[in-house]
Design a protein around this ligand. Sequence first.
Ligand SMILES: [Fe+2]
Length: 414
Amino acid sequence: LSVEIYDQFTQVRQLSEEICQPLATEDYVVQPDVDVSPPKWHLAHTTWFFEQIVLSAYEKNFRPYDPDYLFLFNSYYESFGKRAARAKRGFLSRPNVEQIYTYRKAINERMATLLSREPLPKEARALIELGLQHEQQHQELLGMDIKYILSCTFGETNYPSNIKPSVALANTMIEFAGGLTTIGATDPTTFSYDNESGAHQVYLQPFALARRCVTNGEYRAFIEDGGYQDFRHWLSDGWQQVQTQKWQAPLYWEKRDNEWCEFSVADWQPLDPHQPVVHVSYHEAQAFAKWSAARLATEFEWEYAAKTQASTDGAFLEDKVWQPEHCAAQKNDQLAAMFGNVWEWTQSAYLPYPRFRAAADALQEYNSKFMVNQMVLRGGCCATPRKHIRASYRNFFYPHQRWVFSGIRLARDL
Ligand SMILES: [Fe+2]
């Protein structure tokens, strides 16, 4: 069993470094927005997690690799004391990139020693599993942050664009009768976070869900219809964002020679009308849905539909396309790309489920303290590792955030 977990550990740790491989050294350091962490910081912080959460508890004669690192690479854990300011992560030219890779190697070796210990206590195994899930979340954040960083630079990037263009599937709606359904993680043999445990019954009214997500072409029609100039489509907070941020289009859309272009992690390219729209905020998703005489799904409708009618997946991190793929061929009564491609905004606030219990000790800070003012997104995206996502998985972001690979699937009342 330890061999199995050791292999998983090695694979996950290597993948984080592979994601960064096309970067130039300078790309690792900058923080062009408070939400965008330097890639170097992600590589160090995920290592800190194993050092602080696993090694400090289970390694014999534990001593910190460098006491400064415990301060520098703590993200938001009050339980572990003082930490470097989040908004100033990009100020740190030291430790440099090479030193961070050395740190990763050293902690990997110490983890390998721990993993060779037999038998590994059950609690230690659970924490290592959490450390790997945590690193997978940061792999997705790396994808988001690297895209943002490279969008601010000049010249070619070394990331490939492997998207195969095709024509989007007709966007019909699939109807669901509704009724009582079980929501939440139900399989005790697979990993789940505390925020999705506590399976419970939810009653769904009859509803319909779109077979695929909204495309660039459909979203462009909203723009051309004056969507960003008409307050009636927007929630008050969203309209304020449109005014103060001067939003005219999704993030990474830019008009060049009167044509819309979009930044993929590879380069700027003409907007592909058939590709799913991505990098919209909750407010934009909500406004688009209202303009379309539709709405966003609740997270419960989404989960029920994903468990019963989901068909072929969209793109994942392993595909290394860094963009949502077209949804073309599809069986008639199935929902395309519920998993992968884009995180789908739901109209559900991120709240505890009934009888919610936060994880113990420091890990109660992992999810539960964020349960206010954020909205739930479902299904994973083109930067999510395939094995990381599941139907009950709840992601959450603030309504104004849009550097996430986030998109729109429409729903309707029946
Ligand atoms: Fe983290």
